[in-house]
Design a protein around this ligand. Structure first.
Ligand code: ARG
Length: 262
């Protein structure tokens, strides 16, 4: 495990993610091109149950780090952005069928997914963490999950990890549903991305805590269909410029505040 991932839980809210770059996003569910606009259209999608990366705010508007990032990328690259909310386990299929042009959904770059789609340069460093109810003193980390009831989001790296450890894994379409299952006592633990779990607890869910170390250093990338090389190139170039001109930093600060970057 990398050093940066070794922080203990008490230090949990300060730390970890390194941001490198990218995104696809809009804060509106769908945007029609402006009248008379001859801009190319970019259709981006995400599973919107994953705060603070992509979620619905109190008004039902889709917001989050990835949405701001993909919106900035689209603008930088000269595209008109349209955004769709799609369940996480349907995103790769939507790319492959040509329904959407890119996915900005905190999606980890993995060898398996690279068989099916391409990824932009990494834009965020992350990892998995175990969450339990705050009054649980039995589960102290991933190693204690054998045979435990684990709630996960379907199709995620957390789901794959949980299935390696326990045969009592319940899959949910939304990440929020997995946390609910833990809170209401129907699951013993959730295995989920660290920044999302930390944010969830910070948002007032003090009946949940994180245990053990952040594991499996992961990097998020924007996924693009294999046959859309031009879009991939445009996204990478825009991402690079956003890192250079401070816009990436601005968006990062908006959603993650002073959490240290590497
Ligand atoms: N990073 C994890 C993965 O790629 C989870 C991503 C879930 N993203 C979401 N928007 N629900 O499998």
């Amino acid at each position: 495990m990398e050093k940066m991932f070794k922080l203990i839980l008490t230090a949990a809210m300060m730390l970890t993610m390194v941001v490198t770059a990218v995104g696809c996003g809009s804060s509106e569910q769908s945007k029609e091109p402006a009248q008379g606009s001859d801009k190319k259209k970019l259709i981006a999608a995400a599973d919107t149950t994953f705060a603070p990366f992509e979620f619905a705010d109190a008004n039902g508007q889709y917001v989050g780090f990835d949405l701001d990032l993909i919106e900035a990328i689209a603008e930088e690259a000269g595209y008109e952005l349209e955004f769709q909310s799609i369940a996480f386990d349907g995103l790769i299929a939507a790319l492959q069928s040509g329904q959407i042009d890119c996915v900005a959904s905190a999606m980890t770059i993995t060898p398996e997914r690279l068989q099916a789609v391409n990824f932009s340069d990494p834009y965020y460093k992350s990892g998995l963490i175990v969450a339990v109810r705050a009054d649980n003193n039995e589960i102290k980390g991933m190693e204690d999950l054998k045979g435990k009831k684990i709630a996960v989001q379907s199709g995620t790296t957390g789901a794959i990890q949980a299935q390696k450890i326990s045969d009592r894994v319940t899959h949910f379409t939304g990440a929020d549903q997995a946390f609910l299952e833990l809170k209401n006592g129907a699951a013993d633990a959730v295995v989920m991305d660290y920044p999302v779990t930390a944010y969830f607890i910070q948002q007032g869910n003090k009946d949940v805590k994180m245990v053990g170390e952040i594991m499996s250093a992961e990097e998020y990338g924007i996924a693009v269909p294999k046959n859309k090389q031009q879009i991939l190139d445009d996204i990478n170039a825009a991402l690079q410029r956003l890192k250079e001109n401070g816009k990436y930093e601005e968006i990062y600060k908006k959603w993650f505040g002073d959490l240290p970057q590497q």
